[in-house]
Unconditional design. Structure first.
Length: 128
């Protein structure tokens, strides 16, 4: 498995992330065919306080879920990463903690915009 260090330039590993139509070797798309053809892979990040407050103020937060319990705010927000762009490693070894369960290892903290980071599975990345 490839190791990454802070500050390394990285990009999406086209062979692992996309089907043969998108230039890779996957038999089926990672998320869906539209994202595969567009060259998009999703990373995850925790929502900001403003996003959480906006969710609580929306209609999606009102009422009860199918089990009769109050609805909980999302713990993860998807971030689109593109195969033709280069990113920077913010942390080489990270655990995704944006879910309700236990933290999941095998992630890299990637800086996708100036000062903004998201978690991406390590095997989906390669050195630029």
């Amino acid at each position: 498995m490839t190791s990454f260090s802070k500050g390394d330039p990285i990009k999406l590993n086209t062979i692992v992330c996309f089907t043969w139509e998108g230039g890779g070797e996957r038999k089926s798309p990672l998320s869906n065919w539209h994202n595969d053809n567009a060259g998009i892979v999703f990373g995850h990040r925790a929502p900001t306080a403003e996003e959480r407050e906006a969710w609580y103020a929306s209609d999606a937060a009102k009422g009860l879920d199918s089990a009769g319990e109050t609805k909980l705010a999302p713990r993860s927000v998807c971030v689109a990463l593109y195969k033709d762009r280069q990113y920077t490693v913010a942390r080489g070894r990270a655990r995704l903690t944006c879910t309700w369960g236990n933290p999941r290892p095998g992630y890299v903290l990637v800086e996708y915009e100036a000062g903004k980071t998201c978690f991406v599975k390590r095997e989906l990345l390669t050195h630029a």
